[in-house]
Design a protein around this ligand. Sequence first.
Ligand code: ADP
Length: 736
Amino acid sequence: MRLAYIIVGLISELLLLSFVFILKKQKNALRIDITRIFISAWFAVLANVLVACAFNEFITNVAFSVYYSTIDFITFYLLTFTFTYTGRDKYLSEFKTFWRIAIWIDVLNMLVSIFTGHMYNIYSATFSDGAVYYKTVPASFFNVHLALCYLPIVFSLILLSISLAKSHGFYRFKFIPILFSVTGIVILNIFYMMFNLPYDFSVLFYAAASFLLFFFSLYFVPRRLMSNSLQLAADFMKEGIILFDAERNIIYINRTAIETFDINDRNISFSDYPISEWLQDMETSKLEDFQKIYSMSIHGKDMMIKVDYKNCENSRGHHMGSFFLFEDVTADQVLLKNLETAQTEANQANVAKSLFLANMSHEIRTPINSILGMNEMILRECSDEHILEYADDIARSGDTLLNLINNILDFSKIESGKMEIHPGEYNLYDLIRECYHLVAPRAMQKDLPLEIVCEEDIPSDFMGDSARIKQVLVNLLTNGIKYTSYGKVKLNVSWRPMDDKDCILMFVVSDTGQGISEEDIALLFRVFQRVDEDRNKGVEGTGLGLALSKQLMNMMDGDISVSSTPGSGSSFTVSLPQRIVNPAPSGKFVLHKSEAPKRSKYKEAFHAPDAKILVVDDIEMNLKLMGALLKKTGLQISSALGGNAAVEMCKNEEFDIILMDHMMPPPDGYESMKLIRNAGGHNASIPIIVLTANAVEGAENTYMSMGFDGYLSKPVQSKDLEAMLLRFLPEEKLQK
Ligand code: ADP
């Protein structure tokens, strides 16, 4: 009997110790309490094993003292564990301090009792087989110790029973094993005391109870509860989920999956539709995760199902199973399709709009070419002051119209992403002077002073797209003049160096005009947005200029901002990062007198009476215009009305240059060029210059790559036209 007790005791010790080691690393209130229970129990069992094998009274006395003390701790920790386990730990902290003090007094008491024997007395008895064993006779004071041990036990049992009564289903397993263990220990202990048994078996029952506590409270129950809760959560998911184990047996199907496919975990297998279809992909993906959208018919309804297949591995990388997560994305897909269609339609409409704008600009450019060209002839040849004044007005309005067309074309270029910035070297003061001369006539008409102030240390030459900068500044200056009746318009130019090579150029265009209200400032840079329409009724404009200027600036990494006080004027600030080419200071800004804002008298650039050129166009007026524009150069000009006529003429006559329109009824300019070149002879190798109203971005490059030798856009400036001819005319035929 004694041997059996000792062996069971030692096994219990081993078990308790291993639980303590397993739990050692983990930190949460529950595990810490359980570990403490196990350590105390370990001491209690040890003390009882010692009693069982004790051979003298003193050792027995010490062992009993340890045993009674550890019981204090076990029961105390049992209670703290129960509080936490039943979710009542908020009441615990005050109680703990008080109880700990009581326990330590009791422990001290027990130790003293080893020598005084005031708590219990040891006596020895003899078994029927003659073996000696020891027991204690408690003194009346011992009841205090018993109360200290039994009160927490009873309290724990009450708390556990209440929780058990309140729980349902699987949750009962949270409490039953622990209740069973504690009750078992209590009953065995009472038996030991009541029947004066030689050994306290309740102590040995600690090992079994500890195992139950360990297994149920820390592993089995939490895991089952977690899987139950996950299952509940999974049933609420709008996605369907099908879980498989490592052998690909189905282990779980959530509610959405069951409802979608009208299946359950008993009647589905891998060969069933729709999983069979997904599985084919799984096979080809060789245990790889995948995501795919399947279009399938389920219960006669066409559906789009997005399927995620994922493999699960444990921490050691072993394949543990897999799952399909699927979602009905029919509505999303329809929406996506509609959005795509809407976007395609919008894009098409946008392309159509840009094309329309480009075509319109082309179509308007052609008649303006004639109007401005013919007007140029009047300005050149007429000496009647009145008529010259009218012609001047026509020229100015023509310029305005051309500017508008250019803006529309630019807008269509930006919209279609075809706008490009062409950087080149430029002189800043030259650029400002050009701007000045372009807007000064308008300011003079309104009697508005136009002031230009530049910082004298500003570098002289920069790298940038001078044409676009000019376009923006001219637009701002024109606006200043347009919307100002009294006072003045001022351009202030300054710079902020960034490093040796780069700086920010600041152009501030300010006026003393009507100003812009705060609400209108927010709308200012929108395309086609004019503001203060009532007041500006008489002022021409489209609302395109500022929007274009802003976009152009943004393309050059710059920006435009505006500040304005209604009634006192506006100030537009352009800040533009530019690379410095020549850092030499520009000095004082002067407007060269020779470039005064007057229409300069025409003077031909060369004379070449021996040279012969052929002008090809399908519009007779344009042919006439070319003839007139080049009259003073003395050139021998032949005209061909259309491509066929040109090809015919080239067979009989030798020319030095051909000026060819592009958009003509077949053969167009390009085809005519090819026909002339293919025909051989002298004209096959002469320069052919395309003269066209097509001014879209990159047009020049396109024509050059088509094989033309030069490109001129309509309406053609006679200065540009003569410069182009000068480039290609044979030297010996020129009389400069
Ligand atoms: P447009 O002048 O052709 O109408 P813009 O885009 O250049 O188009 O200008 C948009 C609007 O901003 C104008 O219609 C005008 O109402 C307002 N605006 C622009 N510049 C000024 C200014 N300097 N003073 C007052 N209003 C201005």
